[in-house]
Design a protein around this ligand. Structure first.
Ligand code: ADP
Length: 541
């Protein structure tokens, strides 16, 4: 066998020239305001210019090149162009707080950052705190953009237009070489970097094509709502180019009307996003009567997906929401939830409500408090551990998280069960699970059950300290417009569905629940905003 064939992003790049698909980037419009479709062959030509441009900026092999931008054509070009140049693509989360931003850019030692023109203002105030930064490349036009003290500013278009026209000699890369760097959200302590190799990106992208995985295929129009700064947009850009599917990039406006408009206009066949994207979109499309008939499947992960949400899409719009599980440390996709062939009707839900089965090459296991094995019997829960070719073995230049890796396995921090036939069910994140009277209450399960109440638009369940029980649950609920409901109604609703002692002691009605940079419910911010530690757990009974 040709065992020395290298699994690199360069293989993906080489598909561009002969691909018939292309990129629709909503941010790139023609004179009449219509988005331009760039064929992959055009993207290929632009990549040669980009690589010349990186050289002109003095980028060396192995240097980190930051991106601070939305899901756009330029970002897609950087996804492929930076790793194939031999540098490391560092996708910076545009919603980080200032001190985290300074931390990740300095920790990565980014030499160049590609930034969206409307995000330049976020970098300007920290310019003097970024000693490694040599150049800032502005995507989307420099007109009227105040770049303050940012060093070596140039526009992306200028970088490409002033680059030589001839082919760039892309280097031969080792597959173990670093290709991309992404930081975890840092809900505890500093964000931690995860370095993806060419090989891990290549294998992960290939795995998305499996029929029991995302089953992406030629001719698909893949709408990537999941931000490209979040775990490489789940690998969707790489997989799309690999099999010559169109990729549709929605830019900065991710509000439901914009997304609904894109689906209708470009007849997206597949979409990827976190659950809040789908629940917000559903509320809108139900009102607006959006045509979702082009969608074959929508992939959803990042937090638990409720059965109510999946059924609503299936029943009202004929669209399947397929749940997947993963994390920054796992590239991310490890499990995908599909019912086995032959299972039909109501029976499919017992599979589809799980986080799914491991895709090929991913091993999962459960361990107890002392690392003893926990049986895969579908009932016993333990910490989930994962192992495989696209799962991190360490954090990037940071030993503070070394305890997350042992015996070649990653400790995920998720509490889960595994059934004998391999279906994963996430019970909770270890840090969100509520410990009451020595037993565990799953905040995820309470949220799922409360979401099934017709008055509830969104809900987050968090723990409050309790003198007797150690912790008790409190539900923070956002009601649908015009809905009227009392804590007693919600309590009654839950009593039919969960153990009595699980029922939250308080229901707090809030106008909104803070979200993380990728749209997940941000329980840490919620706890802080409610000063929840001061809340007396006052029983509503
Ligand atoms: P963060 O949420 O800290 O930004 P990640 O995006 O890497 O970091 O999140 C990974 C975590 O998200 C997992 O450990 C798990 O707790 C949660 N998660 C991801 N997918 C699912 C899912 N389908 N169901 C439940 N939890 C999920």
């Amino acid at each position: 066998m040709q065992d020395d064939y290298r699994l690199t992003v360069d293989h993906i790049r080489k598909h561009l020239a002969t691909n018939t698909g292309g990129v629709v980037s909503v941010e790139h419009v023609d004179e009449s305001g219509d988005p331009v479709r760039f064929s992959y062959a055009e993207v290929d030509r632009r990549l040669h210019r980009l690589a010349h441009g990186l050289r002109a900026l003095g980028v060396d092999e192995g240097d980190r090149v930051g991106t601070f931008t939305w899901n756009t054509l330029e970002h897609l070009e950087l996804f492929i162009g930076v790793p194939t140049y031999g540098a490391v693509l560092h996708t910076v989360n545009v919603r980080l707080f200032e001190d985290q931003l300074v931390y990740v850019i300095n920790h990565a030692e980014d030499r160049v950052i590609f930034v969206a023109s409307d995000l330049v203002a976020t970098l300007v105030p920290i310019a003097d705190q970024l000693p490694h930064l040599r150049h800032v490349v502005v995507c989307g036009g420099l007109d009227g953009v105040d770049t303050g003290a940012l060093p070596g500013v140039i526009g992306y278009d200028e970088l490409l237009s002033t680059a030589p026209d001839d082919d760039f000699a892309f280097p031969e890369l080792a597959e173990s070489q670093a290709a991309a760097l992404c930081f975890t959200s840092g809900t505890t302590g500093n964000p931690k970097g995860v370095l993806y190799s060419h090989r891990s990106i290549a294998l992960h992208a290939s795995s998305l094509l499996g029929v029991d995985s995302f089953a992406l295929r030629r001719g698909d129009r893949v709408l990537a709502v999941v931000p490209m700064f979040h775990v490489n947009a789940w690998g969707l850009p790489y997989a799309s180019v690999l099999i010559d599917a169109d990729i549709v990039l929605p830019g900065r406006d991710l509000r439901p009307p914009a997304i609904a408009g894109i689906i209708e206009r470009y007849r997206a066949t597949v979409m990827g996003g976190v659950p809040t994207v789908y629940s917000d979109l559903l509320a809108y499309v139900d009102r607006a009567g959006t045509d979702l008939s082009s969608l074959r499947e929508c992939f959803c992960g990042g937090s638990a997906v409720s059965e109510t949400l999946m059924r609503a899409y299936e029943e009202r719009h004929g669209v399947s929401i397929i749940q997947a599980w993963g994390m920054t440390e796992t590239s991310p996709v490890c499990t995908v939830s599909r019912a086995p062939a032959g299972v039909t009707g109501e029976d499919v839900w017992q599979y589809r409500t799980t986080q799914g089965r491991a895709v090929p090459w991913v091993d999962l296991r459960l361990v107890g408090d002392d690392d003893e094995p926990v049986p895969h019997d579908g009932r016993s829960s333990g910490e989930l551990e994962a192992r495989g070719p696209w799962i991190a073995a360490a954090y990037y230049a940071d030993e503070s998280g070394d305890d997350r890796f042992h015996d070649g396995w990653l400790r995920t921090g998720d509490i889960a069960t595994l059934s004998p036939d391999g279906f994963l069910r996430i019970v909770d994140r270890a840090k969100d699970v509520i410990k009451s009277g020595g037993e565990w209450i799953s905040s995820v399960e309470l949220e799922n059950q409360l979401t099934a109440h017709p008055a509830v638009q969104a809900v987050a369940v968090i723990a409050v300290p309790d003198a007797k029980w150690e912790e008790r649950p409190v539900a923070c609920v956002v009601l649908r417009d015009g809905a009227v409901v009392t804590p007693e109604d919600l309590r009654e609703h839950l009593l039919d569905r969960v153990a009595k002692w699980w029922v939250p002691d308080q229901f707090v009605f809030v106008s909104d629940i803070p979200r993380t940079g990728v749209g997940k419910l941000n329980k840490r911010a919620l706890r802080a905003s409610l000063a929840i530690t001061d809340l007396v757990a006052e029983p509503a009974r």
